[in-house]
Each structure stands twice: as C-alpha cells, then as structure tokens.
Design a protein around this ligand. Structure first.
Ligand SMILES: [Zn+2]
Length: 477
C-alpha cells in the first residue's frame, strides 16, 4: 500500500475531475494510477508534458486534465522561475499575481528577467490532503536531496544531459551548515573550476605550486561577487562559516568545461503556453492578473479576425439579429481556437484576438475558421458572415488590462495591422510567422502572394503573405 494515501479522497476528487473534464476516462485513470503508484518525489512538480509523453497521451488533453484536477483539489499548481545560469528554481508562485518582472539568483549572483516563454515553468503536485510528500517541504530533505530537488527536472546542459545528473556527478560536497557554525572540508582538487553556492569560486590551476594555504569563506545574506581564488591542484583545507541567522545548504561543484556551461529547459510547460491554454483562462480567470507592469513573453503568435461588412449587416437585419449572429460566430471561432490549442484573449467589437504557442496551430486555426464559417453560411443559406484574418508572431508583454489577460507591444500592433489589410476570406500572415509555421500541408488549397507593405505605426516595410482559397471547382493549372 502506498504511504500517506487517502484513497477515499482520491476517489472523490478523481470523480470530481472527470465530471468537469469530460475528456477521455483513460487519461483520468492514468492520473489516478500515477498518484497511487508513483514515488513521493515524483508526485511533486509533475511536468504534464513529460507525463503525456511517457504514456503516449495527447499533451494538450493532459494539460487540460491537470487543470481540471487542480480545480477539483486533486492537484496543486506552481509557477517556477528557473535561473538560466544554474538551472535552479529560484522563486515559486501559486498565482501569477505574486510574480515579479525580475528575480535574483543567490547562487549565480545574477539578476534575471522573467520570461514566460523560456525560464518560467509550470509544475503540478498532488494535493497533500490526497497524498502527502516530504518533497513539498525541501528543508526537511537531506542536503543531497535538497540540492538535487532545487534544480529543475527539465533543465539540461549544453550536451542535453539533465542538470540534476550533472550536479550529482560533479558535486564535491553538499551539506547543511547551521547558523553560526563553521565546517571544515579537506578537499582534493583536480585542475579546473570549482563553483560554490555560497561564496567565491576556486580556479585550480596547473602549474601553480602548492601546498595551498587554507581558504576561509563566510556565507552572508546578500553576498556580493568576489574575485576567484587561484589555488594549486592537490589538497586544500576549506573552512566555511555560516554568518547568517538561519541554516543554509552549501554546495561545491566541479565545473567541467565552464566555457560550455549553459542551461536550457526541455519539454516543459511554459508560463506563456499556459496563458495560451483556453482551459486555464476558463477555469482560473482571476489568476491571469499581474500586479507587475507586465511579464515578458519571448514568443507568442497573435491572430486577429474581423467581420467584413458588419455595418451593412446591422442595417439589413437589425441590431438584435446581428448581435445574435455575431455571438454565434464568436462561438464558432472560439471552438476552432480551442481545438487548435490556442486561447481566445478577447473580443473587440466584432473582432477576435487569439493567442497560440505554436505558430502552425495559429495558421491551422485561421484555415479552420474560414472552413467553419463557410459551413455556417451554407447552413444559413447565404454568405452572412465574412471573415478577414491576420496573424503575426514575436515577443510581447503579457499584461493585465480591465481585469483581463491581454498582450501589449509592437507584435500586437503588427498582428492587428496585418489583419486590417485582409479582404474577405483572406488570411494575411507576416513573413516571420509564415517561415516559422512550416505551412505547406495545411495550406495546399490556398494561393499565396508575397507582398511588401507599409502599415501605420511601423517604421519599415513589412513582408507579408496573402493567402486566398482557390475557388472550388476551379483548380489551378
Ligand atoms: Zn543561478
């Protein structure tokens, strides 16, 4: 039997999850099996993408499932700021509201800008009421476990080796040091670089003659960068004093190939992807609010639609009927956006703004919008709704406007301007998006023209692609 498992509560919350999720029961069962059988370590900071891949399940559906499970109290969720210098999780938040634009890594002594696309990862844990885990309180772990667990499981080095593995392999010492305590380590150093979580680094230089003098290091709050100490290979007596008022976990790491030292995150659920997940916006609308001025998103694809001839439509059928029609068309577009793994950010009059993590999903959504609206019109017996679509991708700021998630910046402006160029049933894409989307299979039925245009507010020519559906029954050639 699994320790600390409340089977009754697990069953209740799995049922509550299934009730709102309404997706495939196989996925809910997979989550239940995992909660029962996984190790204590595995049930904390679960990566939904890794979870999906390990079980050959559809990723977006697993993300949706985890969000419903969170709503049902089965899982909890955290945003983690990962240091791009060392791969450690420096700050964690349960809601975005607490997240700042910058953070500071006390190991690297580096100021970092938060970027929701790159080094902000979202992880889920099993609710401690359902199954407790001592990994929820890292200060209760052994120093070795604490060191390993402080590094993001998704962080890889330049050779794509998990950093947790690298830390484990190259650790010289790791231990807790109590407040005021001094520890002495007799190190045997090989040539190379030694990094510490708590003080000045060592450069162990070939050719430098020993024996080495003892090195003393005092760890203080708000420590500042200090010059590297050069020492000779061989024995070194290292004294470490904790000058703070609380216990800390010290780590010394042999840095192999410091010039090749780099950190990347792989296969993780990024903060920006979560913000482009409709289920998240639907289930937790208040959690997209940011107290800061906005958080950087390095990559997002923004798609705008508008209706052609809506004024004439209102004149012809009256406000009431037109409003109903516009609302129905919002429903069609929303379904298409969700089906293509995007999120409806907002509606503006008759227009829609949507966000996507994957450029190709945005392009597929644009195509599906035209197809679905054509079917809608066919059912209505006239071409009553006519769409004009434009999209662009790039960096922008995720912000809170009117108590809602919104995006701000030149990428937003350009996406909107490019939409403004589209005529009836056209999709206009910037070249940036066109190149990234890998378009061929999705748009084989479309004629594409490349144009260089000037748009208001952009101080340069913009290369765009105009896509028009080939007329049915009139194939080219
Ligand atoms: Zn760091």
């Amino acid at each position: 039997m699994t320790s600390n498992l409340n089977e009754g509560l697990l069953a209740d919350r799995l049922a509550a999850t299934q009730a709102t999720y309404r997706g495939d029961r196989v996925l809910v069962n997979a989550l239940g099996d995992f909660i029962r059988s996984a190790s204590e370590r595995q049930i904390v900071r679960i990566n939904p993408i890794a979870f999906a891949r390990a079980r050959n399940l559809p990723e977006q559906q697993v993300i949706d499932l985890f969000l419903h499970a969170r709503k049902a109290g089965l899982l909890t969720m955290e945003w983690h700021y990962v240091c791009r210098g060392c791969g450690q999780i420096v700050e964690s938040f349960t809601v975005l509201n607490d997240a700042g634009e910058h953070f500071f890594c006390n190991t690297c002594l580096g100021h970092r800008d938060a970027d929701l696309s790159d080094f902000v990862e979202v992880g889920f844990s099993v609710s401690p009421a359902v199954r407790a885990s001592r990994f929820l309180a890292p200060s209760n772990l052994t120093a070795e476990e604490n060191a390993e667990f402080s590094v993001s499981e998704n962080a890889l080095n330049a050779d794509s080796i998990p950093l947790r593995q690298v830390f484990k392999r190259d650790t010289i010492f790791v231990c807790y040091v109590d407040a005021g305590e001094t520890r002495t380590f007799n190190l045997m150093l090989e040539p190379g670089h030694v990094g510490f979580s708590h003080g000045r680094d060592l450069e162990v230089k070939v050719g430098k003659s020993g024996p080495n003098d003892p090195v003393h290091c005092v760890y203080r709050e708000n420590r500042v960068p200090e010059p590297v100490v050069e020492v000779a290979p061989g024995p070194l007596e290292f004294h470490l004093t904790n000058g703070t008022s609380s216990r800390f976990r010290a780590l010394a790491l042999k840095i192999v190939n410091p010039e090749r030292w780099s950190v990347k995150l792989a296969d993780f659920l990024s903060g920006s992807q979560l913000l482009s997940t409709q289920t998240f916006l639907d289930l937790f609308p208040s959690e997209t609010l940011m107290s800061s001025g906005g958080l950087a998103v390095k990559r997002v694809t923004l798609l705008f639609t508008d209706l052609k001839g809506s004024t004439a439509l209102y004149d012809r059928i009256g406000d009431m009927k037109a409003f109903n029609l516009v609302r129905q068309h919002f429903g069609v577009l929303r379904d298409v956006i969700t089906a293509n793994e995007g999120a409806l950010v907002k509606t503006i009059g008759d227009a829609v703004m949507a966000s996507f993590t994957e450029p190709s999903n945005a392009v597929r959504a644009a195509r599906d919008m035209l197809t679905q609206i054509a079917e809608y019109n066919a059912a209505a017996g006239e071409e009553i709704i006519v769409l004009k679509i434009g999209a662009h991708c790039g960096p922008c700021l995720a912000v809170t406007l009117n108590d809602h998630l919104d995006y701000f910046g030149q990428t937003v402006n350009l996406a909107a301007r490019v939409q403004g160029l589209a005529e009836a049933n056209e999709i206009w894409l910037t070249d940036d998006l066109y190149r990234q989307a890998g378009l061929s299979p999705d748009l084989k039925d479309y004629d594409a023209d490349q144009l260089s245009v000037r748009v208001k507010g952009i101080d340069r020519e913009v290369l765009v692609h105009r896509l028009r559906l080939q007329k049915a029954g009139h194939p080219r050639g």
